[in-house]
Design a binder for this molecule. Structure first.
Ligand code: PGA
Length: 248
């Protein structure tokens, strides 16, 4: 049985005080849920959020990291620095990072390996653009991104990580893929994982959908056979909405 995982991606929002206050507001309402709640927050508040979430079921994630251990990379954060904070998850290869910060399939792969080596679970994002969908190449694009991201990882590593299928055209646009559209691509990603690793790994890996998920559509999405969770941007910023998403 795959444990559902609903992760908020706060992007570049909230002060430390706002983040800590958010955790205080949601933690009681999230206790005892079957779903794993995760908050992926800016670097500056990770330490405080870990403290605020201590003793709860809320897991804390970062939104990026570098693939090198250390070095002359001004402004970057090393995997060991996140591990030192005992961060549970790290988003890797979000489409905004691919688009604005030259993230490539190769850097995604290197980062995924480093995260796993440091005991941090990567949430690897894949997804096609609107043009690619219209051209009919969604599966080819997403399949290739998945294969490249997972290159060189063992089956044990692959089944421990999370993939987020996020069609770029659905992120922050209010346009959600239909639950059936999302499920079709996610089932295909599972097939790709089966080919790469094994049936067992493909049955265990958790695959989320992301792109304009909100309290009003989360249930329909989560009811699909292959969708194990959601990666949520805009609708994860308000405590009541986050509680509704996790307790869908
Ligand atoms: P959105 O963002 O929920 O605001 O569409 C999702 C994401 O970028 O992960």
């Amino acid at each position: 049985m795959r444990k559902p995982i609903i992760a908020g991606n706060w992007k570049m929002h909230k002060s430390i005080a706002e983040g800590v206050d958010f955790v205080a507001k949601v933690k009681d309402a999230l206790q005892g849920t079957e779903v794993e709640p995760v908050i992926c927050a800016p670097f500056t508040m990770l330490k405080d959020l870990k403290q605020a979430a201590a003793g709860t079921n809320i897991r804390i994630g970062a939104q990026n990291m570098h693939y090198e251990e250390s070095g002359a990379f001004t402004g970057e954060i090393a995997p060991s620095m996140l591990a030192e904070l005992k961060v549970d998850y790290v988003i890797i290869g979000h489409s905004e990072r691919r688009q604005y910060y030259n993230e490539t399939d190769e850097t995604v792969n290197r980062k995924a390996k480093q995260a796993l080596a440091h005991g941090i679970i990567p949430i690897i994002c894949v997804g096609e653009s609107l043009k690619q969908r219209e051209e009919g190449s969604t599966k080819e694009i997403v399949g290739n991104q998945t294969k490249k991201a997972l290159e060189g990882l063992s089956g044990t590593e692959v089944k421990s990580l999370v993939i987020a299928y996020e069609p770029i055209w659905a992120i922050g646009t209010g346009k959600t893929a239909t639950a059936a559209q999302a499920n079709e691509v996610i089932a295909y990603i599972r097939e790709v994982v089966k080919e790469l690793c094994s049936e067992e790994v493909s049955e265990e890996i958790r695959i989320q959908y992301g792109g304009s998920v909100k309290p009003s559509n989360v249930e329909e999405i989560m009811n699909e056979s292959d969708i194990d969770g959601a990666l949520v941007g805009g609708a994860s910023l308000q405590p009541e909405d986050f509680v509704s998403l996790v307790n869908f």
